[in-house]
Design a protein. Structure first.
Length: 578
């Protein structure tokens, strides 16, 4: 049976797994039946504009989107390096969010314009089906907290995820709107104290699941509200033990607790008392304590004493909660990490000289760290590797210094899920061979980032990986380490295997003509983010009309190219090319 002869019911089931961009690109225009099905019959479009080319974005907005707005149920808009200024261009086509009348899920990432974000959120108030909202690394104006109240005012919102808000976080003390519909709230990487938390819980009275980060500088800070609805808490906490107990005292019905603490050290008896006294209904307790032992010798003896307190009937018999302690004997600060098994967190710093002990009776249990998505491998100066047979099979992001001890490869039996690789190249004859070794094992790698690049060898342009679409040679957080590419290096990069397949490039260049060299020779390049050494930008707030460098780029690049400066790092130029 040919695919085009399948009944509509089967097409529905197949198409629901595909993004709208892929659906329209693959099937629209094949025949009249598919066109009618896509325009009139299919009601469940998921529209994700991440990594879209400018040409494809323009085609969808101008030719397809006007006829299917009623059928979009999820929408993802981002203003990142791969699609700079996309949200503003999207609104310039006269789309308003209230046109997407059946929209259930909206994700907004890296929206740098306060006005654009405000406009979108106001329009969302007329969406009667919107239940899921994600705001990731967006810009909020703290002065009035207008946008936060806008979010809490959304009438049907159930699941709200707010992460890494810029530039200075949020002031929840100005939250004045009660959101009775929100049941699941994640404020990951947004630091607040117990006063702010009090406002959040007061204005979100039906909250059942909560992900939060708390920093308290007071020894006895209190939470001034009791919540009986909250049953699931994922908490990153930095503060005193007393403040933490004050917090738990107000959460009497908590059943699931995932907790990461810094600079706190409690033994098993102390944790048992806290759980019995304040959290008697907790069924699942997962924690990680990163701490420093007091200065002195015999750190292994101290670890044995600590682990012994977690081997009582409460831990081993009643709950079967086992713990593991990792430490580096060479660490001058006696740093250690104690956590429950199986490991329950999505990131881990793995140190080559780490030792490990656990309370688990079978040493072969809990060796699969399947929750870890982001892994940082740290080799010490001696490069001495103490092999411990834990396995990381699901990592999507890896940070690593090269060269590294290749025994580490035994801990990562598969890199099939790896999407981004962040490498720092140190001195050594094997660094590029090892880099190629990692690339050969990563068939789905999208991003390759070189952090702190201090030299540029010709072998860099010989490495290969067929799946890489994004190359970064500087990070915005580490611009002191910038390495400026000259004309010959730009051409070598452009003509390399990675350069020819690259769609997004982040790089520093010596002069403006290098930008032209890259765009002309990298045939698949869709977006370019760069700093130019000869750019004399003075960081003054002036319009783009008076920006000599932007004007020069506008005159020398295709007219369809979108060009702008980064809102917070004005030396960074963002270009969405094709």
């Amino acid at each position: 049976m040919k695919f085009e002869s399948l009944p509509n019911e089967m097409l529905f089931e197949i198409f629901e797994y595909l993004d709208a961009l892929h659906l329209l690109g693959a099937f629209y225009g094949l025949n009249a039946r598919f066109n009618k099905f896509l325009n009139d019959s299919f009601k469940c479009y998921h529209l994700d504009f991440r990594s879209v080319s400018k040409a494809n974005f323009t085609t969808v907005c101008q030719q397809h989107l006007p006829s299917i707005t009623d059928n979009i149920i999820s929408l993802y808009l981002t203003d990142d390096d791969e699609t700079p200024n996309l949200p503003e261009i999207f609104l310039s086509y006269n789309f308003t969010l209230d046109q997407f009348v059946h929209l259930k899920s909206l994700s907004l990432q890296l929206i740098q314009s306060h006005d654009v974000l405000s406009k979108i959120l106001v329009q969302c108030h007329r969406l009667s089906y919107l239940t899921h909202l994600k705001l990731i690394e967006c810009v909020f104006n703290n002065e009035e907290n207008y946008l936060v109240n806008n979010v809490w005012s959304l009438p049907k919102l159930i699941n709200c995820h707010i992460d890494d808000i810029m530039p200075n976080g949020l002031y929840f003390s100005k939250l004045s709107v009660k959101a009775s519909s929100i049941k699941y709230l994640s404020m990951k990487n947004i630091i607040c104290d117990l006063v702010s938390l009090t406002y959040v819980l007061e204005q979100t009275p039906c909250l059942e699941r909560f992900n939060a980060a708390i920093i308290s500088t007071e020894k006895n800070e209190k939470l001034h509200i009791k919540t009986s609805v909250l049953i699931d808490l994922n908490l990153s906490f930095r503060g005193s033990i007393q403040t933490m107990m004050n917090l738990f005292q107000q959460m009497c019905n908590l059943r699931y607790l995932t907790l990461a603490t810094t600079y706190l050290i409690l033994n098993g008896h102390e944790w048992e008392n806290i759980l019995r006294q304040y959290l008697p209904k907790v069924e699942l307790f997962r924690f990680k304590m990163d701490f420093h032992f007091p200065q002195g010798n015999n750190i292994e003896c101290k670890i044995d004493e600590l682990l012994d307190t977690f081997q009582t009937d409460f831990w081993i018999i009643k709950h079967r909660w086992f713990v593991r302690c990792d430490w580096n004997p060479s660490n001058a600060f006696n740093q250690a990490s104690l956590y429950t098994l199986p490991y329950a967190f999505d990131d881990l710093n793995f140190i080559s000289e780490s030792h490990s002990k656990s309370t688990c009776p079978n040493k072969h249990d809990f060796l699969c760290y399947n929750h870890v998505r982001a892994l940082q491998f740290e080799s010490t100066a001696s490069n001495h590797f103490v092999y411990f047979p834990i396995q990381f099979s699901n990592i999507s992001h890896l940070e690593i210094f090269l060269p590294f001890n290749e025994k580490f490869l035994c801990n990562i039996p598969s890199l099939d899920r790896l999407k981004s690789l962040d490498v720092t190249l140190l001195a050594g004859d094997t660094v590029y061979d090892q880099l190629q070794l990692l690339l050969d094992r990563a068939p789905r790698l999208h991003l390759l980032r070189f952090s702190h690049l201090s030299d540029l060898e010709s072998r860099l342009f010989e490495i290969k990986n067929a799946s890489i679409r994004r190359l970064e040679f500087f990070t915005k957080e580490s611009m002191l380490y910038s390495w400026y590419f000259d004309k010959q290096q730009c051409l070598s990069l452009a003509n390399s295997s990675l350069g020819q397949q690259c769609q997004t490039l982040v790089v520093d260049v010596n002069d403006r003509n290098n930008v032209n060299d890259l765009i002309k020779n990298m045939k698949n390049l869709q977006s370019l983010v760069c700093q130019c050494k000869e750019d004399k930008w003075t960081h003054r707030k002036i319009s783009s009309v008076n920006d000599e460098f932007i004007q020069w780029l506008s005159e020398h690049l295709p007219s369809t190219c979108s060009i702008s400066r980064n809102a917070y790092e004005n030396s960074i130029i963002q270009m969405w090319i094709r």
